[in-house]
Design a protein around this ligand. Structure first.
Ligand code: SAJ
Length: 418
């Protein structure tokens, strides 16, 4: 059976995943309603604009809105399929905060009719898709929700985790393989009919819990690999060996592929998702927990190194290049670079810290409390600085000429100026 979805579709959450997915589906001739609780986001999309930077997304949104295929609103409409793409942050104790997912399920519930499909795309701990089904059941006891081992249900519920890389979302949303896990095999098949509209990668059908854990495992795998690289960086530093050279050589082995050390792991996925595994199996997920701790400690280590270097000067100027959570994006949430800049500014209150980022126009909220941080253009900051700290490998920073760094202390946490 290779059914392809026809009908109307609603997507709840118009962020980095919901909006690109809405565009991918709308441009395949499906009427899509995007729903968001933030009126500014709804208004921007209605004007055909994108509220954040992501290559090729702006042209997709303006095209889909102009064609009348994509509309945005704050009310959940009636539809044939609903995709939930809201955030799943974590609580203080590292358990998942499912309040947005629950609210979305409860908003969808009153609109549901027999035959409708509900897909959870938000990254979630094992068991969440099952919970979505029970939250809906609590509002709509009249509907027969899917139950494993039973045929026949009014509503099809599945999990299809997103796997796109910020900065390459519009490409990867089409080309990546997709995992679709249903509460029953028929649920998976129904949900897959939506992704067949636009996905060129393979669609892999499974059960909901396996899909949930597979997604978390992908990001935990990357986190552990980066933690390994960060630990190698500490070891190499102590042994006065260049970690980048060591990794470059080791990676020439046909079965070794070590990621890169850096000032820490940011974004909303990799530093979050491993904790969902840890909280699902606290006594067992030891390596995964340690990797998290190693990576969370990185910004402190980098800041301590900079402070030590600064002590050699009377009143040094420190330029920190990069504020976003990774290269060539404008996203500063969960950014280790911001943590490093804040830690330096706090440890050296009398020192001027120049923060530089071509993607950041105003002082990020997290740094606003410090009186000794200034946003500066790259050229001026590098010119004035005694110490230059590279925190994010944005393309314009890679292009800075070595001659401009002459006579300065350079701390390149990304290994791009070697
Ligand atoms: N980082 C390093 N060293 C590296 C690679 C990355 O320190 O060698 C840092 C980055 O600077 C950044 C953080 O890790 O701070 C995360 O960046 P990333 O590019 O690895 O990942 P994200 O968060 O942009 O996207 C990840 C992706 N997951 C995987 O590659 C397994 C993406 O495919 C997922 O869709 C996304 O998480 C998500 O939404 O879960």
């Amino acid at each position: 059976m290779t059914e392809i979805f026809k009908g109307r579709l609603a997507i709840l959450g118009l962020g980095y995943i919901g909006l690109p997915t809405a565009v991918a589906i709308a441009t395949r001739g499906i009427d899509v309603t995007g729903v968001d609780i933030n009126p500014a986001i709804v208004a921007a999309i209605c004007r055909g604009e994108v509220p954040f930077v992501e290559p090729d997304l702006a042209v997709g949104v303006s095209g889909a809105v102009a064609m009348g295929r994509l509309v945005a609103t704050s009310e959940v409409p009636e539809a044939d399929a609903f995709i939930i793409a809201v955030p799943t942050p974590f609580n203080e104790d590292h358990t998942a905060d499912l309040s947005y997912v629950k609210a979305a399920a409860e908003q969808i519930a009153p609109r549901l009719k027999p035959g409708n499909i509900v897909v959870l795309e938000s990254t979630s701990p094992p068991g969440t898709t099952e919970m979505v089904s029970s939250w809906i059941a609590a509002v709509r006891p009249d509907l027969k929700m899917p139950r494993d081992g039973e045929n026949g249900a009014d509503i099809y519920v599945a999990h299809c985790p997103e796997r796109v890389l910020p900065g390459r979302i519009m490409i990867e949303i089409i080309t990546n393989d997709r995992v679709v896990g249903g509460l029953t095999p028929l649920c998976a098949e129904k949900a897959a009919s939506i992704y067949r509209l636009f996905a060129q990668g393979e669609i892999l059908l499974t059960d909901a819990a396996s899909a949930e854990l597979a997604k978390l495992v992908e990001n935990a795998y990357r986190d552990v690999n980066i933690a390994f690289a960060n630990e190698l960086s500490l070891i190499s530093e102590a042994l006065h060996i260049d970690v980048w050279e060591v990794i470059r050589l080791a990676n020439r082995h046909p079965r070794v592929s070590i990621l890169s050390p850096g000032p820490g792991v940011g974004g909303h996925c990799i530093p979050v998702d491993p904790w969902f595994i840890v909280s699902a199996a606290p006594g067992l997920a030891k390596l995964i927990r340690t990797a998290r701790e190693v990576n969370d400690r990185r910004p402190h280590h980098v800041a301590e190194q900079v402070v030590m270097k600064a002590k050699r000067f009377h009143a040094p100027t420190i330029a920190c290049l990069g504020l976003t959570f990774k290269a060539n994006v404008d996203d500063v949430r969960e950014s280790p670079a911001i943590d490093v800049v804040g830690l330096i500014a706090r440890a050296l209150p009398d020192v001027e810290v120049l923060a530089v980022d071509p993607y950041v126009e105003k002082m990020p909220r997290q740094l606003a409390e410090y009186g000794n941080i200034r946003l500066e253009q790259a050229y001026d900051a590098v010119e004035r600085a005694d110490i230059v700290v590279l925190l994010v490998e944005h393309d314009p920073f890679r292009a800075i000429r070595h001659t401009r760094l002459g006579g300065k202390i350079v701390y390149d946490t990304r290994g791009v100026w070697r």
